[in-house]
Design a protein around this ligand. Structure first.
Ligand SMILES: [Mg+2]
Length: 369
C-alpha cells in the first residue's frame, strides 16, 4: 500500500514577510514585482490572505494588483503593502522545513521552494500517516512560526489535490477507497495539467466537475487530447502511479556567456553552448549528483530582451550528450522565425540544469506514536 503526502506552505513568501515584519501582520501584503505606481511590469509572486480578499493572487499582473489596492484604499480599506521577494531568506527557511520533513519520511521530492511530496508508506496505516502529518505541521509551526497544509492519499495526484482542500493550516486525509468519490464534485481544473486551454475545451463540452468529465470514455479523451487524454482518463478516477523522486529543485547548476560582439553565427553560438554543457555535466558529477531532469536555455537578444526555455525529461540524465541534444533543440528556433522573426543577434547565451537528483543513503525515518 502506498501512502503519499504533499505539503504546501500557506502563502509562503507573504507569510515569511509578515513574520519578519510584525508591523505588517494582518494587513494585505503582496510579494512580487515593483508596482511602480501602477506602471510596473511583472507579476505577483504571492499574496497573503488579506490581499486575496481584494482579488489579488499569484501570477496577477502587478499593475492590476496596484489597481485593486487603490480601489480598496478609496473605500477606506488599508492599501496593499508591496514587497520585493527575498529569495535567499525563503530558501533558508525552506531548507529547514525540508529537513523537518526528512526526519519522518525516507523519500522526499522537493517540488518547489514551498512544496514537497513525501512517502509515508513505511507507516502502513493512514491513521499513523495522519498523526505524522499533524506532527510535522506542529513542528514547523513551533520552530518556524509558519503554517503548512498537508494532503495525504494513495498517490501524488490525490495528495496534491488534498493539500489544497483546507488551506490554510489544513490536513486532509483521503483513503484509497474514498479517492474517486473525493474527486468527483471538484472542478476539473484541480487536475494538474488542466490548463486554461484544456479547461475551455472541456467547458465547451459542458464539463465543469470531474464527475462530468467521467462520462467521456478513453477513446473520446484520446481523440480530444491525444496521448495525454489516456492519462487524464486515469487521473479522473484518482489513478496515478507517478513515483516520488528525490529532487533538489532549489539547486541548479548553470553558466552563461556574453558574446564579445552580438552574433547570430550558429558556429560561434553552438560552440559556446557545447562548452557550457561540458562544464555543467562535469560539475554535476563533482557535486555528487546522479542526474538532472530539466534542461534550461537562456537567450538574451541584442536589445536585452531575455527568453528562457526549458524542457523536463521523462527520466533523469547525466551525460554531456543528452544536455547538448536537449539544449540544442531549445536553441534551434532562435535561428529562425519560430523564436527570432527579426533575425536579431544574440548578446548572451546561458545553460542551466535543474531538478537535480542524488542517491541518498536513506536513514531510518522517525516514527510518531
Ligand atoms: Mg504554497
Amino acid at each position: 500500500m502506498r501512502i503519499i503526502a504533499h505539503l504546501d506552505m500557506d502563502a509562503f513568501f507573504a507569510s515569511v514577510e509578515e513574520l519578519d515584519n510584525p508591523r505588517f501582520r494582518g494587513l494585505p501584503l503582496a510579494v512580487g514585482a515593483d508596482p511602480d505606481g501602477g506602471k510596473g511590469r511583472g507579476v505577483v509572486s504571492t499574496a497573503n490572505y488579506a490581499a486575496r480578499a481584494y482579488g489579488i493572487r499569484s501570477a496577477l499582473p502587478i499593475s492590476k494588483a496596484w489597481q485593486y489596492s487603490e480601489e480598496a484604499r478609496k473605500q477606506g480599506k488599508p492599501p496593499v503593502i508591496f514587497l520585493p521577494p527575498n529569495f535567499r531568506r525563503y530558501a533558508e527557511i525552506s531548507g529547514r522545513i525540508m529537513r523537518i520533513i526528512r526526519k519522518y519520511a525516507s523519500l522526499v521530492e522537493e517540488a518547489s521552494i514551498d512544496e514537497a511530496y513525501f512517502d509515508l508508506s513505511h507507516l502502513a496505516s493512514f491513521e499513523r500517516a495522519r498523526k505524522t502529518a499533524k506532527h510535522i505541521k506542529a513542528e514547523i509551526k513551533k520552530h518556524e512560526h509558519l503554517t503548512a497544509s498537508i494532503g495525504v492519499g494513495p498517490n501524488k495526484l490525490i495528495a496534491k489535490i488534498a493539500s489544497d482542500r483546507q488551506k490554510p493550516d489544513g490536513l486532509t486525509v483521503v483513503l484509497p477507497e474514498e479517492a474517486e468519490a473525493f474527486l468527483e464534485p471538484l472542478p476539473i481544473r484541480v487536475i494538474p495539467g488542466i490548463g486554461p486551454k484544456t479547461g475551455v475545451q472541456l467547458l465547451v463540452k459542458g464539463v465543469h466537475t470531474i464527475q462530468d468529465a467521467k462520462r467521456f470514455g478513453k477513446d473520446a479523451l484520446r481523440e480530444i487530447f491525444g496521448k495525454w487524454g489516456v492519462e487524464l482518463y486515469d487521473k479522473l478516477r484518482g489513478v496515478s502511479d507517478s513515483p516520488v523522486i528525490e529532487f533538489y529543485e532549489t539547486k541548479s547548476i548553470g553558466e552563461q556567456e556574453t558574446f564579445a560582439v552580438d552574433t547570430l553565427d550558429s558556429a560561434v553560438i553552438i560552440t559556446a553552448l557545447e562548452g557550457m554543457c561540458a562544464r555543467i555535466t562535469a560539475q554535476l558529477q563533482k557535486d555528487g549528483f546522479t542526474g538532472f531532469r530539466a534542461a534550461v536555455l537562456i537567450i538574451r537578444f541584442a536589445n536585452f530582451d531575455t527568453k528562457t526555455r526549458s524542457h523536463t525529461l521523462r527520466a533523469p540524465a547525466s551525460s554531456f550528450e543528452v544536455l547538448r541534444f536537449e539544449t540544442l533543440k531549445l536553441l534551434m528556433p532562435f535561428f529562425d522565425r519560430r523564436e527570432n522573426p527579426h533575425r536579431m543577434r544574440l548578446r548572451l547565451i546561458g545553460v542551466r540544469i535543474e531538478k537535480l537528483q542524488k542517491n541518498d543513503v536513506v536513514s531510518q525515518p522517525t516514527l510518531i506514536h
